[in-house]
Design a protein around this ligand. Structure first.
Ligand code: NAP
Length: 284
């Protein structure tokens, strides 16, 4: 048996094409969707992610500026920049790219960002809205995963879902989003016992761990939906590697996301989609 591929790359292209059309309509009305970014200057991976997000945003007709945060940036300067972006009506979305330099209080920065501009959906206010089932921006990566699930009409209601990982940006909101869709959800983490047995119970298995190829084919229930959010660098290997051992997993799973080309592109598409939603909301 070989699993069917959940193609995040193709789906993200469809979303980006629709964003281009929505942005064109907004531009005709004098609104240019703008996503500004705060990013640590000394973090090459963050800078690379931001460059990619910027490239996709520009291709959709969006604008934005990046503000580089360095070792000389003070907490006051950071908070004052966020206050300035909050107050600027031309800025529709603000991304605070994790991680900021260690001397800065990232939590305070997130608390300071207005929820209506939190298009990455990671501030405590946005997360609280998710917990409370209130409308608001949802975290880009789990949101991208739900878009994959919807596009491929994966049944969720009543299914047993296991999410490995409990980070604030990925595992926890993912579990809540699956719960909202009436899955029965278990969250696993580094202290979980008998993880392979637990995973074998899952109809839907989401790996959000950060450990290359940890989830093996024999951890997977035959026919299960396997979503791999992991992006890991492995010495001596080119490109990124997921948290799931794709080669063994695809022989058992019913559906599987590849890495690359699965969750990654959907994260960026969902972030931009949120930003265009924010710009459209200004028309209301
Ligand atoms: P994180 O904050 O480091 O969280 C990792 C989670 O995995 C933690 O909850 C940790 O448990 C758990 N964990 C670690 N080792 C484990 C083990 N051996 N068994 C079970 N659980 C274990 O990472 P993250 O930010 O959520 O990211 C996770 C992965 O997703 C990374 O590969 C990251 O690069 C990728 N990612 C991808 C995207 C995308 O756009 N596709 C976006 C964000 C992140 P504890 O809580 O007990 O420590």
């Amino acid at each position: 048996m070989s699993a069917q591929i959940l193609d995040g790359k193709v789906l993200s292209q469809e979303i980006r094409a629709s964003l281009k059309e929505r942005v064109a309509v907004l531009r005709e009305k004098g609104i240019v969707p703008r996503l500004d970014v705060l990013v640590a200057i000394q973090d090459p991976s963050s800078l690379a992610y931001v460059r990619m997000k910027r490239k996709w945003a520009e291709a959709a007709g969006m604008e934005g500026e990046s503000f580089e945060v360095g070792e000389h940036t003070t907490q006051e300067e950071l908070l004052s920049k966020i206050a300035e972006l909050n107050a600027n009506p031309k800025v529709h979305g603000v991304l605070i790219q994790h991680p900021l330099p260690k001397h800065l209080d990232e939590h305070a920065a997130l608390m300071a960002l207005g929820a209506e501009k939190d298009v990455d959906g990671i501030t405590p206010q946005s997360l609280g809205r998710l917990v409370a089932d209130l409308p608001g921006f949802r975290c880009a990566t789990p949101l991208g995963i739900t878009k994959i699930i919807d596009r491929y009409e994966i049944p969720v209601e009543g299914k047993r879902a296991v999410v490995i990982g409990r980070s604030v940006i990925l595992g926890k909101p993912m579990a809540l989003m699956l719960l909202q869709r009436n899955a029965t959800v278990t969250i696993a983490h580094s202290r979980t016992q008998n993880l392979p047995d637990l995973c074998r119970e899952a109809d839907i298995l989401v790996a959000a761990v950060g450990r290359a190829e940890m989830v093996k084919g024999d951890w997977i229930k035959p026919g299960a939906v396997v979503i791999d959010a992991g992006y890991n660098k492995v010495e001596g290997r080119q490109g990124d590697v997921g948290d799931v051992d794709f080669e063994s997993a695809k022989e058992v799973a019913g559906w599987i996301t590849p890495v690359p080309g699965g969750v990654g592109p959907m994260t960026v598409a969902s972030l931009l989609n949120n930003c265009v939603d924010a710009a459209e909301a200004t028309l209301a």
